[in-house]
Design a protein around this ligand. Sequence first.
Ligand code: KIV
Length: 265
Amino acid sequence: MFTVNDFLQSKLSKQKISMVTAYDYTTAKIINQSSVDSILVGDSVSMVVHGFESTLNATVEMMKMHVAAVKRGAPSKFIIADMPFLSFRKGISVAMEAVEQLMQSGGCAVKIEGVRGHEEIIKHIVQSGVPVVGHLGLTPQSVHSLSGYKVQGKSKSSYEQILEDAGTLEVLGVFALVLECVPECLGQEVTSLLKIPTIGIGAGSQVDGQVLVIQDLLGMSSGPYPKFVRQYLHGFDLTQKALDQFHVEVTQGSFPNKNESYIYE
Ligand code: KIV
């Protein structure tokens, strides 16, 4: 299994890190047999699996169930569990309850968006022996205060704030940092500033690794896709074609055939 140490060693040896999201057992089983380094059970589950408009609807209960399903499917992968909306903003004991539940469900680490105002909680989790991944740039749990899903770090002040926050997170002891939707030069600057690896999603190519939402990577939605997504499969079209074919064969009576039916002996 990829470990926290492998994240750090990968950066030292300039070996890029691959990460995908997963939310269910079936997909996790496929990832388990792939060479992808690690899995993020993201709170994006609330949007891509449950159909909510944002990640604000993810709860610890929801995350726990998906982390456990992914763990059953991918027991040999390093699994990062997202701390859902406000779960780390209600004091240390509420945050630690959430961490406990996510780790006991199969997480190997937790990911927390932002840093300002919850520095103590991040420090406490790290000091409790639970590896923490940071997340800066576009932090979807703050979608309303960010006025939408927009590239971050475009103004001088926001650029400098992300650089400063990245440094703070490293000092607090996070072992990796997700950078979402920032200009490539900022991705590069944060990456050279930090000793811990940066994992980009819409942060250009100069970061230490890349993460994509699995449904985006497999082309499972009808789109539109963000600019940074590369579709490695056209899953939506392929699945739709398969369903249409099934419908035709059922309605024409060619499915099932004799080999697909039981005989009475
Ligand atoms: O929830 C998620 O899937 C994420 C990724 C977009 C990094 O946080």
